[in-house]
Design a protein around this ligand. Structure first.
Ligand code: NDP
Length: 330
């Protein structure tokens, strides 16, 4: 991004990282997006917090990160933006607690996680259909089950798969989470290696880059919806079917003004975007500037179904299956 703006040869990653803390949160570009349903175009702003994945997980950066999120929210409030989505890092940091944002009386905030979760489960269902996998007879493992996306997926698939497997590191939180699944067949562990060999479908929604998948079942469907990605096709057995989930595609396209888009993401098709970003667009198209997703662990099937229906109505659909090697089949 820094390189894109300067139009100079790429800076080494180390140098970019050292510069990051000096950038205050600010709007980097405008984005214009069209709906296929009403033909309407909306214009929004991309506000960058300049929080890096490294500083997200570092306790020492907690105070600075919170300030950055609040300063980014102030940029949105100052610009009178009716609906703002927090995006992956920001929502993890706040744990979806919108009350931590500056007090204001204009504009709503949403974490963007309901549409993300809906796109993840749609990917699982469509992937199973495509590969002739019987979802009702499948065992589903969720890495990061106690998180906002993980718990949404767990509740969605409750009673729809033959067994659920939950993995997270914090044992106490995992045990409390499991209490919500009494009466269903499930297993839970802080050690993913214990459960991975049984799983036909794996959803990875950790906010960690330390994920390793060893002894994956032959032909398992694996969804990585984390950002940054924790998994690559090369790190998995050849027969494993990996796709990057929680992503959507805007049928009528979008443009960034100025055109910095190519400096940001390297998707295999144009007009792919993260579900969290798309949630704000969907709500804006539908004239519903509301805090659709807030808090951690509150996302339920009804709202996932609703936001996905609204998204499809406006031509925002699940992105085609792809991973780091490109579009399926790869
Ligand atoms: P949360 O912080 O709410 O949840 C993260 C979960 O992962 C928790 O259950 C956490 O539990 C667990 N976890 C973290 N590290 C590990 C590990 N090494 N091994 C096992 N479990 C782990 O995050 P969200 O649910 O909001 O987001 C999850 C991911 O999805 C993030 O990477 C985020 O950036 C990405 N995201 C993607 C979006 C998209 O549009 N595709 C949109 C929003 C988010 P514990 O700490 O106990 O281990």
């Amino acid at each position: 991004m820094v390189n894109g703006i300067r139009d100079q040869p790429p800076l080494p990653e180390k140098e970019i990282k050292s510069l990051f803390p000096y950038f205050p949160p600010r709007s980097l570009f405008d984005i214009e997006v069209a709906s296929t349903s009403c033909g309407r175009k909306i214009r929004g702003k991309y506000i960058e917090t300049f929080i890096t994945p490294d500083s997200l997980i570092s306790i020492g950066h907690a105070k600075d990160n919170l300030k950055r999120v609040c300063d980014a929210a102030r940029v949105s409030i100052r610009n009178h933006i009716p609906i703002t989505t927090l995006g992956g890092f920001t929502s993890i940091f706040l744990e979806g607690d919108l009350d931590l944002l500056p007090v204001h009386d204009c504009g709503k905030f949403t974490s963007g996680n309901t549409l993300t979760a809906a796109l993840i489960v749609k990917g699982v269902i469509d992937g199973c259909n495509l590969l002739n996998v019987n979802i009702g007879q499948s065992q589903l493992l969720i890495l990061g089950a106690t998180g906002d996306l993980g718990s949404a997926c767990a509740h969605y698939f409750k009673g729809k798969v033959s067994k659920l497997h939950f993995v997270a590191r914090n044992q106490k939180r995992l045990a409390m989470f499991c209490d919500q699944f009494n009466g269903y067949d499930f297993a839970a562990s802080c050690n993913a290696a214990e459960l991975i060999p049984d799983a036909d479908i794996i959803i990875a929604v950790t906010s960690s880059s330390e994920v390793r998948l060893d002894n994956v079942k032959t032909g398992a469907i694996i969804v990585d919806a984390g950002y940054p990605k924790s998994l690559s096709a090369a790190s998995l057995p050849k027969e494993a079917k990996l796709f990057y989930g929680g992503m959507g595609i805007v049928k009528a396209g979008y443009t960034s003004i100025p055109d910095y888009h190519r400096y940001f993401y390297n998707f295999p098709l144009p007009f792919i975007a993260h579900g969290c970003v798309l949630e704000a667009m969907v709500l804006a198209f539908d004239n519903r500037p509301e805090s659709y997703s807030s808090g951690r662990g509150n996302i339920r099937k009804e709202k996932m179904d609703e936001i996905l229906d609204i998204a499809y109505k406006h031509g925002i659909e699940r992105a085609p299956f792809y991973n780091d090697k490109g579009l399926w089949p790869v």
